[in-house]
Design a protein around this ligand. Structure first.
Ligand code: NAP
Ligand code: GDD
Length: 348
């Protein structure tokens, strides 16, 4: 049985990837951060008590800021594959916390690679790594963007991801380590964090439709993104590690839409006109914006036989339908006299 170690298993992609690998009969180990409240909601449905002889998902406390801890986890787990998905992944937040973002996203990646490098020397085992790069690295480079497009990053988050990308390239060349760089364009789902724009919109659609919320405050509606479905994208992470050699791959749908188009499609799905509910708030603008991301996934299609299955309209419908159900549950609580907070909406 192959063993995979997922750093960032509690995030959107980590949850989909864990499910995907369990279905492929992997033993899955995940790194979680200590928090004052439970933070494993996205993977609770996959978890079994470790005393259960059939348990194949195991969790370990760790953090990208703690290299010693990462080394101990490597020794304990002895993984065949490592997926580095851990990150402070919010672009706007990276302007508020640039040092922290650089430490976790840039230096944290280096800490993990260093730990693996030493582990390989001592154990003589074979480990393949996936490094979560981002289309944000392209920044202001003209679309369409592909593997040969030069990076022009426009945020502390993107700059830190570029560092992670180059650490991967350097460790691949210098130490012959198998590290694949995935350059993934935006991917969304019902598990998407509530402060990213798609989920912020679809949650608001459900709540507005049921009278739980009056307005939705957003920033720049003109930015264009190449939005795909996270469930499709975790498959290609795995494919990169099954490939004959470590390489860099752009993962995208090849279709871009503006935030305004996503907004319109989401409100229309429940029969509402977004213009009646949306207001612009300067606090959601970034000091430097990435205007147009549109990926060319030809290399992944050709070398990994991968293509996305869920369309833009399918993605919008999936997310709105999910959040309508969530709003219905919330309304039941409100009607029964419970107070329900708007967690996550404030800083998105
Ligand atoms: P996400 O939902 O924000 O999940 C991030 C994960 O990283 C969470 O499990 C989080 O733990 C963990 N994490 C945060 N700080 C950490 C630290 N200091 N040490 C260890 N783990 C830490 O992000 P995602 O959407 O799943 O994305 C996965 C990866 O792909 C990220 O690296 C992201 O930057 C990158 N990416 C995402 C997209 C996209 O569109 N989704 C596109 C390109 C690249 P907590 O749950 O405890 O916060
Ligand atoms: N979050 C947010 N909130 N974004 C808004 C809002 C708002 O109220 N209003 C407009 N936007 C615009 C942002 O300015 C940006 O142009 C676009 O919506 C998408 O923002 P996000 O959903 O926050 O995603 P992102 O593109 O900045 O970053 C995501 O994708 C990257 C890949 O390109 C994240 O998942 C990153 O981790 C990932 O690397």
């Amino acid at each position: 049985m192959k063993k995979a170690l997922i750093n960032g298993i509690t995030g959107q992609d980590g949850a989909y990837l864990a499910e995907f690998l369990l279905k492929k009969d992997y033993e899955v180990h995940g790194i979680i951060r200590r928090a004052s409240m439970f933070n494993t909601q996205r993977i609770d449905h996959l978890y079994r008590d470790p005393h259960d002889p059939n348990a194949r998902l195991f969790l370990h406390y760790g953090d990208l800021s703690d290299g010693t801890g990462l080394r101990r986890i490597l020794e304990a787990v002895q993984p065949d594959e490592i997926y580095n998905l851990g990150a402070q992944s919010h672009v706007k937040v990276s302007f508020d916390q640039p040092e922290y973002t650089a430490d976790v996203v840039g230096t944290g990646t280096l800490r993990l690679f260093e730990a693996v490098r030493d582990h390989l020397k001592n154990s003589k085992s074979d480990i393949r790594l996936y490094q979560a790069g981002s289309s944000e690295m392209f920044g202001s480079a003209a679309p369409p963007q592909l593997e040969t497009t030069a990076f022009e990053p426009r945020s502390p988050y993107a700059i830190s991801k570029v560092a992670g990308y180059w650490f991967a390239r350097n460790y691949r060349e210098a130490y012959d380590m198998f590290i694949a760089n995935g350059i993934l364009f935006n991917h969304e789902s019902p598990l998407r964090g509530e402060t990213f724009v798609t989920r912020k919109i679809t949650r608001a659609v459900g709540r507005i439709k049921l009278g739980l919320q009056d307005k939705l405050f957003l920033g720049n509606l003109d930015a264009k993104r190449d939005w795909g479905f996270a469930g499709d994208y975790v498959e290609v992470m795995w494919k990169m590690l099954q490939h004959s050699e470590p390489d860099d791959f752009v993962v995208a749908t090849g279709e871009a839409h503006s935030v305004r188009e996503f907004l319109e499609a989401a409100f229309i799905h429940v029969g509402l006109d977004f213009k009646k509910y949306v207001e612009i708030d300067q606090r959601y603008f970034r000091p430097t914006e990435v205007d147009h991301l549109l990926g060319d996934p030809s290399k992944a299609a050709e070398k990994l036989s991968w293509k996305p299955k869920v369309s833009f309209q399918g993605l919008v419908a999936m997310m709105v339908d999910h959040d309508m159900e969530q709003a219905e549950r919330e309304k039941l609580l409100v009607d029964a006299g419970h107070k329900v907070g708007q967690e996550g909406v404030a800083n998105g």
